[in-house]
Design a protein around this ligand. Structure first.
Ligand code: BGC
Length: 392
């Protein structure tokens, strides 16, 4: 079953990677790092390519195809925290699947703390890891330790989040992050029209953790859809808070989002209904909905992300309008495929998508996120028995 989902997603991902430029580059918080691009032709052959025969295999000319490595090699996986379902799934799947593929995995999570993540990566280097997979707590704070890993001949793969301002990265595996935000906003508009009747609609906006390079991309993707509707008066952001920095949720902390929603409601909605809220993920969506319920509001239309079990149930019961599925098994499988390619000495697989991380164009292996509402939930999860169980 799982294999089927993965195969389906992989096929879709390949199409997406070739046809679209959705996500990856940090467009908002770090102005210096422009959006990712799809290269029109094969990566340019430059002097580095000429000196490196296998380089045309690589989207990134600075990542040479190496010698490969032995069975049982140590692979480090450094995750930012285990606070949302996707990261917990990643922890388990990396452990089980790397072991099943014959590697020696060291999988650790950093509890949202940059120094802890730096130390964990240092110890993976000392333990002779051949590849280190990193979902950064803060996209910009790992430059030195990742460069140290590169100097030791270790491959570095970003997982789910871009690694910024460092040359110490060979590629990043992720779901289209700008595309994710667009899907969230489209679902919000669709839900408002369906559930709340005629506009104008009163809405509020939430973003994710400002250190996470995905968060401004989700927000900017969403705002590309919402801003025209704010400009033409269909949507009214009653608080006036429309900048990412005003809307961000430090550390993706649900309780901080709930506190902000509580104060928006008491400050701006004592005599108004709230109709919709842009939420960057499912945990924050549930916090927002709970806050509205506590304030005696009708539940607004709220977007989400991750298809967490609890939110899949809420979507099914009508309490949360939408989520976005970005299946962890597909992302882990894509990462392990790349590790296998490196093990065989074939270097990083080729990809047409790159993102400027501030100092280099990074190869992006991009998978497509899928929006989920009550209407299509059974279709989206048809091959996911665990989530199908929740649709009852
Ligand atoms: C991930 C989301 C997750 C969030 C908070 C983001 O980088 O893409 O899936 O909900 O981090 O953990």
């Amino acid at each position: 079953m799982k294999k089927k989902i993965i195969t389906m997603l992989m096929a879709a991902a390949m199409v997406s990677a070739c046809l679209t430029a959705c996500g990856g580059g940090r467009e908002g918080a770090a102005e210096s790092a422009p959006a990712q691009t799809v290269e029109e032709s094969a990566p340019a052959a430059d002097a580095a390519d000429a000196a490196e025969p296998a380089a045309e295999e690589n989207a990134d000319a600075t990542a040479p195809a190496g010698e490969g490595f032995e069975d049982g090699a140590t692979i480090g996986v450094s995750l930012p925290w285990l606070g949302t379902q996707n990261w917990k799934e990643a922890e388990t799947m990396f452990k089980e699947q790397l072991e099943a593929a014959g590697y020696n995995p060291i999988v650790q999570a950093a509890d949202q703390k940059v120094p802890q993540q730096q130390q964990q990566i240092e110890s993976m280097i000392e333990n002779g890891a051949k590849v280190i997979v990193v979902g950064p707590v803060d996209g910009t704070q790992l430059g030195a330790v990742l460069e140290q890993a590169k100097d030791a001949g270790i491959y570095v793969i970003g997982y789910d989040r871009l690694l910024e301002n460092t040359t110490g990265v060979d590629g990043v595996v992720q779901f289209g992050s700008v595309k994710t935000g667009e899907l969230q906003a489209q679902a919000l508009l669709e839900g408002l029209a369906k559930v709340k009747g005629e506009g104008p609609y009163n809405i509020e906006l939430f973003g994710g953790g400002p250190a996470d390079p995905n968060a401004p991309n989700f927000f900017n993707g969403a705002m590309s859809v919402l801003q025209p509707k704010i400009d033409d008066g269909t949507l009214v952001v009653v608080s006036g808070q429309t900048d990412f920095t005003q809307c961000a949720t430090v550390d993706w902390d649900n309780s901080k989002a709930q506190a902000r929603m509580d104060s928006l409601l008491s400050g701006f909605y004592s005599d108004k209904d709230i109709h919709g809220v842009l939420s960057p993920n499912d945990g924050i969506a549930r916090a927002i909905i709970t806050s509205c319920e506590n304030a005696g509001q009708q539940i607004p239309v709220v977007s989400g992300l991750d298809a967490e079990n609890e939110s899949v149930e809420w979507v099914w019961s009508g309490r949360q309008y939408s989520t976005v599925a970005k299946p962890t098994d597909a992302l882990v499988a894509e990462t392990i495929d790349i590790i296998n390619s490196l093990k065989e000495g074939k270097g990083m697989p080729s990809t047409d998508v790159t993102a400027d991380n501030g100092v280099k164009d990074v190869a992006i292996y991009e998978l497509p996120p899928v929006v989920v509402t009550k209407e299509n939930a059974k279709e989206v999860f048809a091959n996911d028995p665990g989530r199908m169980e929740l649709l009852k």
